[in-house]
Design a protein around this ligand. Sequence first.
Ligand SMILES: Nc1ncnc2c1ncn2[C@@H]1O[C@H](COP(=O)(O)OP(=O)(O)O)[C@@H](O)[C@H]1O
Ligand SMILES: [Mg+2]
Length: 269
Amino acid sequence: MKKVVFQDNVTLDNIIELKGIGQSYDGGNHWIIKDFDLLIEDKPAQGQFVVLLGMSGSGKSTVLRYISGLQKPTEGQVLIKGKPIDDKTHISMVFQQYSSLPWMTVLDNVGLSLRYQGVAKKERDERAMEMIKLVGLDGQEQKYAMYPTLSGGQLQRVAIARSLLANPEILLMDEPFGALDIKTRIQMQELLLDIWDKFHSTILFVTHDISEAVYLGDDIFIMKSAPSCIVEHIPVDLPIPRKRDIKRDHYFMELVHEVEDLMIKVSTY
Ligand SMILES: Nc1ncnc2c1ncn2[C@@H]1O[C@H](COP(=O)(O)OP(=O)(O)O)[C@@H](O)[C@H]1O
Ligand SMILES: [Mg+2]
């Protein structure tokens, strides 16, 4: 297993860079995250699927919040394509909890980021409809984005369409399929693989499901807790595009076991 080696001089070729990140909520007595580095290379014609694994409370959601600009670390740098996050950086996040606004239609939810950017309604609706079709919600656009008007899987499709419209280059997903039944979950995994293939997005994905991590991921990073930082990097050299049959492959199963063993090891650090 390779350890991650970070190069200090790499800047422009990375789509996401977190450098020397530290997080403390009590003025530096206790560090939840310390010396955390994560460099994700820009692969424009290809995109990539990066999975973050770690025990509960290890800071995975916090790391995604830094990248979406919802939170600033106590120390360290967060760069998107070599630049600090500013008002023009629109990266939204898909959560496990349904994050759509239930008093708005599917169409208005998906077009939300364009509304913040001041795009006129006609153009907003047209562009939102493209994404709605792409995630398979054609015909649902006038419904309110709430449960049970829409199913759990449909609500996650709304959130994915909204994120894609905000910025198809980077998708942040925080345990997005954790609440879905197995059939819906498999459908959503396939949808995500199609999106990766179509948009060449960089997808940063948090999950507790190791089989899902190996199936979807190009690269898996494991974080240790208290204070948190990345301690293991597992490149997943399975063929792309992924086909569901691969889950029966001996090598796939071996990787799942290897990652599971590493998770146990890391939890004792
Ligand atoms: N506002 C806060 N004040 C104090 N501790 C916090 C605050 N927000 C998060 N934490 C702590 O930060 C740690 C990381 O949280 P989180 O990023 O949600 O972890 P994960 O997503 O890996 O489960 C947790 O131990 C949590 O208790
Ligand atoms: Mg979390």
